[in-house]
Design a protein. Structure first.
Length: 841
């Protein structure tokens, strides 16, 4: 508690400073990414409506576009636009000019000499020289991209002083440490930007000299050859991609496709038409022993390659852990996992090269099985992703020593909870960019992910994009202290707004205010997930500091001159934090009341006193749902939003059921399902602590005695990992979905069937064939059935240790099943309210 109060006092002091300081001119050369060399001089150059914008001889349409970008910025800043002229049309150079040109043009040579500039070989491809004196500005570079980057730097050092636009005098020599610098963005798990939002991101990357934007797609590209893939999911069409590709290219950003060709196919393999291509039912990887998958991949790669102009095709292929667990088991046994993977990779590389693409591949499987590095071509680019915080990473040395071009990939930690964990992000990005620079890697692409439905709003990632630009351009040689001030001042338009915003981000990024999506949406009557931080500290810190954040945001609304629309996202996070703390407080009280012995109605009385608090939780939750929907629709396509709205609805249903239980005086304290996960007894750990046997398949059976005149009957099925249900010998359906990062697939892990017309009065045979394809795991099943009788009463029938199980090896031998261990928590369904179970994480 003392540490929290100290933090509050410190932040309060910072707020006071931010609010009371007079507006002063910022340091002259605040630039992201920081240039390699800056020499400041006294004085400044004023840009006015009479300033000439000169394009040197031998410049191109790219340079004209850079000039237009400068004019757009000046128009936004002060409502002026400079007339563009060409060096060849000038009789002589007069003061009051901005020159953009090559070092080989007469004027370029003259100005480079006048400003004391020099272009080195390191500056040839993307470097630039910028010189500013009281007479004018010169931006000189050998390449159009370098000249464009010089203009982007100029935009950052133009400031308003009274009624003038001024640029500090001095010189800049600048070039990147790494050639490929960018962001990989996950659009596969739910959140797909509108084209306008994609363009906004591209503009931001370009402004900060990031030259690559890689879209991680899975099923999010509409394929003419496979028209059911991506339908209803907001997938990008070829026309969408070409529009973005052209827009990005104009701004010197390369749009690169990341198209999975082995693993992470669960969104496609869950479709009935594509299940036959899976390693096993419910697998996340393709069956590499099925020759038809290569025709499939060829068709898909052909379409993707035609839409993206980049010479690169990222083939994904990470986390392909299912290989060898199903159809390819014999092939792996005959050789090894490394060989089978390498054989598949070579086939995919050949397809990529057929369409004139240079393949990039994720490096995790290669590093897990380094013998693969000797079995694949050396021209393949390996992308080593590491998201944990470490002083250094071993992968770059292994990959480059083996002779492969390397891309390192740290992450913006936006995927764990509502607000990015920028503490982890900053260290990871800086260190992995540094490691890339040390081995002369091709580049660094910082990853953003959107696991579990894409709930993490992409609009909160700009700080991470800018920090990536800072680190990658400079090979990781960056300090965050000065960077933060520069970023927030630029992003919100002035130093006062920047100081306030920096404190808000400090508050939202604090470890005491970070929690996971799983904890946020967890059933309120379950204890909180374990955490290094005491939940009481977290609640107290949120209650103390979120009101402060909201007051700061009110001040920021008044002072921000740019990106004021960003504040609504920060307000939502603060409001969500407050709801999370309220949820935890009310839920903790309910759990404590449930543990009280109900003497003389004391528990019931205490529970009744909580109804008002529950109503507040519900009211705020509904407001948050509406606000989230609004924010989502500002920047994203609508498809997939429904799955996230179901999270709000499910949480609301939990609270409503608790409330109703209190009002009715019925039990409400245990939210877990009564049915048990059951398995073969040989799979149970032994009394001496030894692990049980792996019983990969089993037939689970039971008899259900049903009364006459049943009004309705519903059964809910869960299986680890493939389960097929029969009632009285009739096939009802199956579950063939496994735990995944895809919320679409998560919803397929539980299946509900109406079996009213398949039951008969008296005995009914229930049979479930279950196979668990997870390595070292045994078959297990969970069944919860409910029958409503003629008089409206509900009867349940559940899986438990009265069921029998037999194995394929001993099909005729029935053994009593036992409760499985190490199983997930499952929330009890409410069939009457059409709320089905949910598997907690």
């Amino acid at each position: 508690m003392k540490s929290i109060v100290t933090l509050l006092a410190l932040l309060g002091g910072l707020v006071s400073i931010a609010s009371s300081q007079s507006e002063t001119p910022s340091p002259a050369f605040n630039i992201i990414p920081t240039p390699r060399t800056v020499q400041a001089a006294s004085g400044h150059f004023k840009i006015g409506s009479q300033t000439k914008l000169i394009l040197g001889s031998e410049t191109s349409k790219d340079d004209l576009f850079a000039a237009e970008e400068l004019n757009s910025f000046l128009e936004e800043l002060k409502g002026i636009s400079l007339k563009v002229s060409h060096e060849n049309a000038l009789r002589k150079l007069s003061p009051n000019h901005v020159f953009i040109g090559r070092p080989t043009s007469p004027l370029g040579k003259q100005l480079l000499n006048d400003h004391g500039g020099k272009l080195t070989t390191l500056m040839k491809d993307e470097g630039y020289f910028l010189g500013a004196s009281d007479e004018g500005i010169a931006i000189i570079a050998e390449s159009p991209r370098g000249r464009y980057y010089g203009v982007m730097t100029l935009l950052q050092i133009i400031s308003r002083q009274r009624n003038s636009l001024v640029v500090p005098c001095g010189t800049i020599h600048d070039w990147p440490a790494l050639r490929m610098r960018g962001i990989s963005d996950d659009i596969s798990r739910g959140q797909v930007s509108t084209l306008e939002n994609f363009k906004k991101i591209i503009r931001f990357l370009s402004r900060h000299k990031l030259n690559t934007y890689a879209l991680y797609m899975e099923d999010m590209f509409l394929l003419k050859s496979h028209p059911v893939i991506g339908v209803g999911r907001g997938a990008l069409s070829a026309a969408d991609v070409r529009e973005l590709d052209s827009y990005a290219k104009q701004r010197h950003v390369e749009l690169v496709p990341i198209f999975q060709t082995l693993g992470h196919w669960e969104n496609i393999l869950i479709l009935p038409e594509y299940r036959r291509y899976a390693e096993f039912p419910g697998a996340h990887v393709l069956n590499v022993t099925d020759e038809s998958i290569y025709k499939l991949l060829d068709q898909m790669v052909a379409e993707v390659s035609q839409a993206f102009s980049s010479p690169y095709l990222h083939i994904g292929a990470d986390e392909s852990w299912d290989v060898g667990l199903g159809a390819s088991k014999a092939r792996v046994a005959a050789s090894n996992l490394a060989t089978v993977h390498a054989e598949h990779y070579r086939r995919v590389f050949a397809i990529a090269k057929k369409y004139k693409k240079k393949p990039i591949i994720y490096g995790d499987i290669l590093l897990d099985h380094p013998e693969i590095l000797d079995k694949i071509p050396k021209d393949v680019v390996v992308m080593d992703w590491q998201y944990h915080v470490a002083p250094e990473y071993p992968g770059p040395a292994v990959i480059t020593k083996a002779g492969f071009p390397l891309i390192t990939s740290p992450a913006i930690w936006n995927f764990t909870g509502p607000f990015p964990n920028y503490l982890n992000s900053f260290v990871n990005i800086r260190t992995f960019s540094r490691d890339a620079g040390r081995v002369n890697a091709l580049g660094t692409l910082t990853a953003t992910w959107n696991d579990y439905g894409g709930e993490a709003l992409r609009e909160l990632n700009y700080l991470g994009y800018a920090w990536s630009a800072q680190c990658i351009w400079n090979g990781g040689e960056s300090e965050s202290s000065g960077f933060n001030g520069t970023f927030f001042e630029q992003f919100f338009g002035n130093a006062k707004a920047g100081r306030t915003a920096e404190i808000v981000y400090m508050l939202l990024s604090s470890p005491t205010h970070q929690y996971t999506w799983h904890d946020l949406w967890r059933h309120p009557l379950l204890p909180p997930k374990s955490s290094p931080l005491n939940i009481l500290w977290r609640r107290e810190s949120i209650d103390l500091n979120m009101p402060l954040a909201e007051r700061l945001l009110e001040n920021l609304q008044q002072s921000a001159t740019r990106n004021a629309d960003h504040l609504q996202y920060l307000r939502f996070i603060s409001r969500l934090n407050r709801w999370y703390a309220m949820k935890q407080q009310v839920a903790d009280s309910l759990r404590r009341i449930a543990a009280i012995a109900d003497r003389e109605g004391r528990r019931r009385t205490l529970a009744a006193s909580m109804v008002g608090s529950i109503d507040k939780v519900l009211l705020e939750l509904q407001a948050l749902k509406a606000e989230f929907r609004w924010l989502w629709m500002l920047a994203n396509r609508e498809p997939n939003l429904d799955l996230l709205m179901k999270r709000y609805d499910r949480q609301s249903a939990y609270w409503q059921e608790i409330r109703q239980g209190i009002v009715d005086g019925s039990p409400w304290e245990n939210p877990l399902i009564e049915s048990k996960w059951i398995t073969h007894p040989a799979a149970r750990p032994q009394p001496n602590g030894a692990p049980g046997d792996t019983i990969g398949a089993g037939l689970f059976q039971a008899v259900w005695n049903v009364p006459e005149g049943a009004r309705s009957a519903t059964v809910q099925l869960m299986g680890e990992t493939h389960a097929r249900l029969r009632i009285n010998g009739v096939e009802m359906g199956e579950v063939c979905a496994r735990r995944s990062l895809s919320l679409t697939v998560e919803h397929e892990r539980i299946k509900v069937f109406d079996i009213t017309n398949h039951l008969q009065a008296g005995e009914n045979a229930i049979a479930i064939d279950v196979t668990n394809y997870n390595q070292g795991r045994s078959a297990a099943v969970n069944v919860y059935a409910e029958l409503v009788t003629r008089d409206g009463k509900a009867q349940t029938f559940v899986s438990d240790s009265t069921w029998w199980v037999s194995t394929p090896v001993r099909a005729g031998e029935k053994i009593q099943a036992v409760e499985a261990t190490g199983v997930p928590e499952v929330i009890r369904p409410n069939f009457a309210a059409r709320r089905y179970s949910w598997i907690e994480r």
